[in-house]
Design a protein around this ligand. Structure first.
Ligand code: HEM
Length: 456
């Protein structure tokens, strides 16, 4: 609710407070150095300082929101838009005209364009592709002594997104390029977010040159995908056709820049988040062998000896709960930002127009106030008789409100299917050099898993 809507005559309304400032800031970088050095525990401890806490990121003041209820309130309120440090750091990549970064009427029109491709009744059509890719992974891993899980997971994610939503687009060679480019871009963008010292990133240092090269390559790739589709004259019933055929409010075709930004806005989050989550799922299967055993049992009971098909997914309840619990403890989108477009209040605190807000699904989803044995991996906490105890908005890995991920059902189907297929075929073990520590960039994932897949 905006401040202006409060009744000025109501004497009992307490005056709005300034949120407390978090401790531990240093000159110039403020809290940015802690966000850069140990962001997960820094964000997780902020709730002990208050429901809303002020941080300094370089010269900026940023408001951290720490409770499930208030993060839900921010996501649902029209007083905030998509902007702030996260989105600014992503702008070079996502542009300003794609669905992930647009606001207002442009965003609403774009959601209408892409929504049909993600509707519940559209998803079964992707089932055979998802299943084919999952079984291709099982075949591929048969001949590999060591799995480079980062490369394998991102490859799978890019292929499924591209094959389902863009019907091919010669993605075999391109998938490798997209993965390499995104890896460089997502870690560079995180640095730009927490240490927003613009001129530093224009100095021609090797890291900056590499970042610029990856960015340019990704944009070239997207132009190639669009040009190929146009040249082919094909109009399959997919998301790319929907984007190319979309009309603006006046019934005119949408501009080239918007088409470009839209393709980036689908391909990029689609690949990065699912790739990161597949990595986390493989970590879980390696660390908790009993989880893989139970998945295999469930698949045997539900499916028998035939291959798992998309139609089986909704019956694989335990497997789906493993995916949900993985998204709780390792949410790929671990940090989100918004900007206040008006003077407003949040939890009794004053939020000035233009303020940047930051909140962390990771911190919220691991909070001991919301979850018993909050750090423990326990898929059964999502059984219907227990899931009701979870406070509202304490589990929102796909976000809340009008910016909620359009791909929540698509992603859950893909992740449940791939988990069922690979856990039924293999047990996993670390090999020397495997690094399971979190790698924190714009997304969260294990740093560098190297695994052996042992056939069951
Ligand atoms: C938005 C998470 C997969 C496309 C979001 C948001 C979250 C999220 C939290 C909301 C951001 C906010 O509130 O500011 C995830 C997770 C995924 C996943 C955890 C998988 C595990 C995908 C896939 C695609 C996709 C596969 C596309 C193929 C998008 C788009 C938006 C978005 C376009 C922007 C929506 C808007 O602003 O209206 N995602 N996502 N995501 N996601 Fe996903």
């Amino acid at each position: 609710m905006s401040v202006g809507s409060a009744n000025p005559g109501a004497a009992e309304v307490p005056p709005l407070r300034e949120p407390p400032v978090a401790g531990g800031g240093v000159p110039v970088l403020g809290h940015g150095w802690r966000l850069a050095r140990d962001p997960l525990s820094f964000m997780s401890r902020l709730r002990d300082h208050g429901d809303v806490v002020r941080l300094k990121l370089g010269p900026k003041t940023v408001y951290a929101v720490t409770t499930p209820a208030l993060t839900g309130a921010v996501a649902l309120s029209p007083d905030y838009i998509i902007a702030g440090p996260l989105w600014e750091s992503l702008e070079d990549l996502l542009g300003k005209e794609g669905v992930a970064t647009a606001n207002g009427p442009l965003h609403r029109r774009q959601r209408r364009t892409i929504q049909p491709a993600f509707k519940l009744d559209a998803i079964p059509a992707y089932g055979p592709i998802m299943a084919e890719e999952a079984y291709a992974l099982v075949e591929r891993w048969r001949s590999k002594e060591v799995l480079d899980v980062t490369a394998e997971s991102f490859r799978m994610a890019v292929r499924v997104t591209a094959r389902c939503l863009m019907r091919g687009s010669s993605m075999d060679a391109r998938a490798e390029r997209v993965c390499a480019d995104l890896a460089t871009l997502f870690s560079g963008m995180y640095r730009r977010m927490v240490v927003p010292l613009g001129p530093l990133y224009r100095v021609p240092l090797p890291a900056n040159r590499e970042f610029n090269r990856a960015l340019a390559d990704l944009h070239v790739l997207v132009d190639e995908i669009v040009a190929d589709r146009r040249a082919s004259g094909r109009k399959p019933n997919d998301l790319l056709t929907a984007l190319l055929e979309a009309r603006d409010e006046n019934g005119e075709p949408i501009g080239e820049q918007e088409i470009h930004d839209q393709v980036v806005a689908i391909l990029t989050p689609g690949s990065e988040t699912v790739g990161a989550t597949i990595m986390s799922l493989l970590l879980v299967l390696t660390e908790h062998l009993e989880v893989g055993d139970r998945i295999r049992e469930e698949v045997r009971t539900v499916v028998g000896d035939r291959p798992v098909a998309f139609e089986d997914v909704r019956k694989l309840e335990y497997t789906a709960n493993v995916v949900v619990e993985t998204l709780r403890l390792y949410p790929a989108v671990w940090i989100l930002t918004r900007r206040a477009v008006t003077d407003t209040e949040l939890g009794g605190y004053r939020i000035p127009e233009g303020a940047d807000l930051i909140y962390s699904p990771y911190a919220v989803q691991r909070d001991r106030r919301s979850y018993e044995r909050h750090e423990e991996f326990d898929p059964d906490r999502w059984l219907p008789e227990r899931a009701g105890n979870v406070p509202r908005y304490a589990m929102s890995p796909f976000g809340v409100g009008n910016r909620k991920c359009p791909s929540d059902h698509f992603s859950m189907a893909e992740l449940t299917l791939v988990t069922a297929v690979v856990a039924s075929a293999y047990r996993f073990a670390h090999v020397p050099g495997s690094d399971l520590r979190p790698r924190i960039g714009i997304t969260l994932r294990p740093r560098g898993l190297l695994l052996r897949a042992v056939p069951r």
